[in-house]
Ligand binder design. Structure first.
Ligand code: CMP
Length: 145
């Protein structure tokens, strides 16, 4: 079934964007939208609000606002699950032992600096795509320039 999901390249992996896009396209996905933005603290906290009570939240917000990110709308068969499979386990160290060819194994560093994000459900994908690519009203997070 064709689905849309959000693929977000995090600050630690933006320098490897070319290789990551190559992996996305080689897997058979189509990239239909792209935006590079420097998130404000408020935007990062809003995007990750489900994690606000977690111990790693402040590290996560510091990391996600440390440089630009690239948001991609990705379309493909079972895109939500397929993109998370290509990402690999959340922690890049775990990814290197359990899923060596995955994006997080290849391009991430640890449990926080893990190269990229993927929506965890169809509902999250709809919310997260709307966050970066609003269908009406505002323009979403501002461009880095
Ligand atoms: P992501 O898939 O974007 O979702 C939440 C992010 O929080 C996660 O990737 C990591 O960057 C970060 N994080 C840091 N520590 C943890 C942890 N113990 N469990 C889950 N996510 C973590």
């Amino acid at each position: 079934k064709k689905e849309k999901t959000l693929a977000m390249i995090k600050p630690d992996a933006v320098a490897k964007l070319g290789s990551i896009i190559e992996a996305i396209l080689d897997t058979g996905f189509i990239i239909t939208k792209a935006k590079m933005v420097l998130l404000s603290r408020k935007e990062a906290m809003d995007f990750y609000s489900e994690h606000q009570s977690k111990s790693f939240f402040s590290d996560l917000i510091g990391f996600m606002t440390s440089g630009p990110i690239v948001a991609l709308e990705v379309i493909g068969d079972d895109a939500v699950a397929s993109w998370r499979k290509l990402l690999g386990p959340t922690n890049s160290c775990t990814a290197r032992s359990e899923s060596p060819g995955s994006i997080r194994a290849r391009f991430g560093s640890d449990g926080t600096k893990n190269a990229a994000h993927g929506s965890d459900s169809i509902a999250s994908a709809a919310r997260e795509l709307e966050f970066f690519f609003p269908s009406s009203g505002g323009r979403g997070p501002k461009n880095t320039a």
